[in-house]
Write a protein that binds this ligand. Sequence first.
Ligand SMILES: Cc1ncc(COP(=O)(O)O)c(C=O)c1O
Length: 470
Amino acid sequence: MSDRISGSRLARQLAGWDGKDGALHTLLAHAIRELIRSGAIARATTLPSQRELAQALAVSRTTVGHAYQELGDEGWISTHHGSGTRVRTTALRSGPLAEDDRLGTYAIPSESFDLSSGVLSTSPLLRRVLRSNWDQDLRRLSSNDRFMPWGINELRVAVAHYYAEVNTPTEPDQVLATNGSHHALTLLVSCLLEPGDTVLVEDPTYRGALDVFSRRGVNVVGIACDDDGPIPSELIAAIRKHTPRMIYTIPTAHNVTGITWSPRRREQIADSIRQFGVPLLDDGSTADLHSGPHPGHLASLLPAELSITIGSLTKLFWSGLRVGWIRATEPVLKAALNARVTSDLAGSIPSQVLTSACLPIANDARTLRRKELGHTRTLATSLIKDWLPTWEFDESRGGACLWINTKVNSVQLASRLRRNNILIVPGPDFSPCDNWQTHVRIPLGDPGLLEEAIPAISKTVGILNFDEDM
Ligand SMILES: Cc1ncc(COP(=O)(O)O)c(C=O)c1O
């Protein structure tokens, strides 16, 4: 962890700090004290200036000043002219070591308007599967009382078909079942990366991945992208400079930008991967949400030993399935298998049976989902044009959200909205280095919620009263 914490990062760690009754400065002092006590802010860390933190939290500088004063009086922090405010090295710690918690919004009690999650509604096709005799295999498998850490054969076969259909020939023994693609990522990071290793990612990227990398103590370097994907010259320069152990990407319907890499860019990136021999992890969790023809998976362009793909049916069918997979070579799968048996022994068989029954109709679900997202995107675009006409975004992209330039400090905006019971995720949460200071993500999962939330956001933006002493 760096020895200086930015305002946006501290605001992220403080998520929900003002959710109780009491004077704001007391609540803020309490929340910072708890972060220091738990080790989430390390000793000797320099805190943001009063002005920077006040901006990020959308409170007055006086509020932050009083909170710092209280913490100083109690001996948690000290202020030195010229070197800022620091956590004292004698501050007591009682919890686990520091992490940059990106998924903290999941732990906040549900707000009136919760736009923090990209979860999509359950596909009506799931109900069709549930009405069929999907559980025949379950009855048969229930007589087997052994753990199946690789996953059930039916699932591995169905996943292999799912890839083969989009030009990525796959054998069932190239597949390891997991509890969702987030779990897949966690397993891979735990067995392939060591603390201190470097990973390259697109900037912005999936905030959950940043959370996983941070917990492993991995350095994360962002690569700038344009509308076709990562900029090849930037990628090559970063590989030369940082000698990364892995490149993590979301090449299709990227969560959060919605960008799908162009065919030419896919070839260029694959060439660089071959040239430098750095393994590429293709997170295909959103790959079914592209708006044009399916571009296939990067695995079809890469040598097997440099290609790892993860996926799930969370976006297509139901986030509650909690089944995903890793597609990779045998040594990688065996390493991930070892990591998985020590964490959960094996996955749930009923969920895998249900997922195996869904996979053969993935094409139908894809068509339906694309249509539904198209409608919601049109609705969101028109609501935003009506209520927040200064917001800028590209409505032609795919994916499950809009990536919007609000042209104001988005960390401050999110803090202010949270106080009005509207939860949104600001741009820096998706960046390894707190970029995207004026962006927010608006998910397209619930049209009814958007109809209510966008006018409410507009009202808050209208009265954004940046404190006179900020
Ligand atoms: C890019 C990306 N990876 C992984 C995940 C986690 O998905 P799962 O539900 O399969 O664990 C998500 C979910 O939003 C995602 O967008």
